[in-house]
Design a protein around this ligand. Structure first.
Ligand code: 3HC
Length: 330
């Protein structure tokens, strides 16, 4: 939808220009949306390409831990819901690659960066889904954290990203509920099923908190991103909102959070929690998480296995183009 008639960077004008930048900032401050052919600072364009592409890659790699469970889902209803959810994630990746393409970068380039191991994707997808309860925890916690982070992105200053996020958030909300319902069912089941739900919470709680990124003190991009209204809240603010929303949900299930320091702080009105192991986050981002190698291997295999589809689609498009040209010339 956006890839036709887009101006290239050269056509849009000077890359850095204080006068243009001041006008741009005033538009952003006035809550006007920035659109693909508008002038924008080069650093704004780069920040968006970085974030949108990492986000797109996360959606695509995020299909893997749950895709593993489609054949093992316990009932037909669970299987159908999980299948639909994994397909949704693939769709989110495609909307996001399309939004990134409006910034003069091709999807092929972005996918190439992912497959070459040069691009980041969310740390969370480098953890294994060991039991069926993990699928519930992924929906409840991982999609829950994603929604907390992504609802404010619906108001992001860049129009194509903001619009893509509206649909994504609606679907993520369904994902979160299906995950919570799995955990609810298990936690009301046999002692063994409840223990499975508890085990999944123990495994996914801390990695879910890490999804929000480094602490505000360590975050490199937050200042610029918030000034340009790409991000509306800092990493720590969103993490706290997530904890506040999620702890009562876990307590309702009768589960225990794996954090002895978790307590409600009457003075601030927030749940206080223990220290996050940011070394673990750094290690996972650096490629040393439990499943980084496996995830990239699976992505490369999927890409190679799909080569014939891309070739066939290109050949078909070429055939249609040459038929059209011949008909026009006649
Ligand atoms: N995993 C991997 N890398 C992470 C990370 C995480 N959990 N958190 C931060 N990082 C990286 C950043 O990308 C950045 O690396 P870079 O400089 O090489 O690009 C570096 O660590 C420093 O972090 P900052 O806080 O300075 O970076 P940001 O301002 O970009 O904030 C963010 C990080 C909150 C993840 C932000 O990029 C964001 O909101 N992104 C959009 C949402 C997104 O990508 N979500 C993915 C999660 S899940 C998902 O989408 C799938 C769903 O189906 C569950």
């Amino acid at each position: 939808m956006y890839t036709q008639a887009l101006n290239t960077r050269e056509a849009i004008g000077p890359v850095e220009d204080p006068e243009h930048e001041a006008r741009f900032q005033a538009r952003v401050d006035g809550e006007e949306k920035v659109e693909p052919n508008d002038w924008m600072p080069e650093a704004y364009r780069r920040l968006l390409v970085r974030q949108i592409s990492q986000h797109a890659h996360s959606e695509i790699v995020g299909m893997l831990p749950e895709g593993n469970w489609i054949t093992r889902a316990p009932t037909l209803r669970r299987k159908a819901a999980l299948l639909a959810k994994v397909q949704d994630e693939g769709g989110h990746g495609l909307y996001l690659y399309a939004a990134a393409e409006t910034l003069d970068v091709s999807r092929e380039e972005l996918v190439e960066q992912l497959l070459a191991g040069k691009a980041k994707y969310s740390s969370i997808f480098n953890y294994p889904t060991l039991t069926w309860a993990d699928i519930g925890a992924v929906g409840w916690l991982v999609d829950g954290a994603a929604i907390m982070n992504q609802i404010p992105l619906c108001r992001c200053s860049y129009g194509p990203y903001a619009r893509a996020m509206i649909r994504i958030c609606k679907e993520e909300s369904f994902h979160q509920r299906q995950g919570y319902e799995i955990i609810l069912t298990l936690s009301r089941g046999t002692a063994e099923q409840k223990a499975m739900a508890q085990g999944a919470l123990n495994r996914w709680w801390w990695p879910s908190l890490m999804m929000f990124g480094p602490s505000d003190k360590e975050s490199q991009h937050s200042d610029k991103s918030m000034r340009w209204k790409v991000k509306r809240f800092s990493n720590d603010e969103l993490r706290q909102k997530f904890v506040d929303a999620t702890v009562p949900q876990g307590l309702y299930l009768g589960l225990t959070f794996p954090d002895p320091e978790l307590r409600f702080d009457e003075a601030s009105g927030h749940w206080a929690f223990g220290a996050i192991d940011f070394d673990e986050l750094r290690q996972v981002i650096a490629g040393n998480g439990p499943c980084n190698h496996e995830r990239m291997k699976a992505r490369r295999k999927a890409h190679d296995d799909g080569a014939w589809v891309r070739e066939a689609a290109l050949a078909y498009a070429e055939k249609r183009r040459s038929r059209r040209d011949t008909a026009r010339a006649a």
